[in-house]
Write a protein of this length. Structure first.
Length: 287
């Protein structure tokens, strides 16, 4: 791993940690919450303050780089690098007083993640990695589970309200099929499903409704931990930094490589109408 990538990883950790301090101050004290694009997607003053904290630091440390942030959108830069920022993943959990939330920061070169960090403020835990350098949890290396029997493992499964009854039914049928193939199912509807898979506590995870800031860091961390985070069909995800980047929905599946193969096969064996939510269908980005 190059010195530059190490520096980018360390910067991602510092940015996520600084925003985490903002979230800790607000947790349990949130008073102003408003809906965004739907009743299922909300934003609070904590989201906005945490994002402002990250953006101010980024402009000071990397003034030539672009930024794509959940609340303020895309600000193109002069370099080939773009920082993708989710200042509060799990906003609905956060405002309800649930501890299932955190901060995600990634830096891309073109559309390829180079480094990233996921910070859990209440636990003081940070997952971090850079391309070619593995993944750490509080500086200790972690990997996806070596177990290959789905029946011995938990599966993280998250989805948001669908715009139509058919979409909701399809997601529920997918859950029912997968639940019969694993030990049990859990859902935090946040990046906790990702990190619990990255460090081997879950065997895999599926989320029907994510945006680019939800997956930029996890894509890299999965690969560096020995796994994959792809579309539900197993096809690698190419992150979109175009004009519509903030609106694109990604339905994603993450696991170790052998478990990922098994999960893709299970999903492909479902009837076409019950195979989950294709990209763009449903309410992406609900928090």
């Amino acid at each position: 791993m190059t010195t530059e990538r190490t520096r980018l990883r360390d910067d991602a950790v510092a940015l996520a940690s600084e925003a985490g301090q903002v979230l800790r101050r607000h947790f349990g004290r949130v008073t102003r919450v408003r809906a965004k694009e739907s009743w299922a997607s909300v934003v609070s003053e904590a989201d906005l303050e945490a994002e402002a904290c990250i953006l101010e630091a980024l402009r000071a440390r990397h003034p030539r780089d672009g930024i794509l942030a959940e609340e303020s959108g895309h600000q193109p830069g002069e370099s080939d690098r773009t920082w993708v920022v989710d200042p509060l993943d799990g906003t609905s959990n956060f405002v309800a007083g649930l501890p299932w939330f955190g901060v995600m920061v990634a830096v891309l070169e073109g559309s390829v993640p180079l480094a990233g960090a996921i910070h859990l403020p209440l636990d003081g835990i940070t997952y971090a990695g850079a391309r070619g350098g593995g993944v750490t949890r509080n500086e200790q290396p972690v990997q996806v589970t070596a177990e290959t029997d789905l029946r011995r493992l938990l599966l993280g499964y998250s989805f948001d309200p669908a715009l139509d009854e058919a979409g909701a039914n399809a997601q529920a049928l997918t859950l029912a099929r997968l639940a019969r193939s694993v030990r049990n199912v859990r859902s935090t509807n946040s990046m906790l499903d990702f990190v619990f898979t990255i460090d081997g506590r879950f065997g895999g995870c599926l989320n029907h409704a994510t945006r680019i800031w939800d997956i930029a860091a996890p894509i890299l961390l999965f690969e560096e931990a020995g796994g994959l985070l792809t579309g539900l069909d197993g096809v690698p995800i190419r992150l979109d930094l175009g004009p519509e980047a903030a609106q694109r929905n990604y339905s994603v599946l993450g696991a170790g490589r052998e478990l990922h193969r098994q999960l893709v096969a299970l999903l492909q064996s479902l009837p076409a109408a019950s195979s989950g939510t294709p990209s763009g269908n449903g309410l992406a980005g609900a928090s």
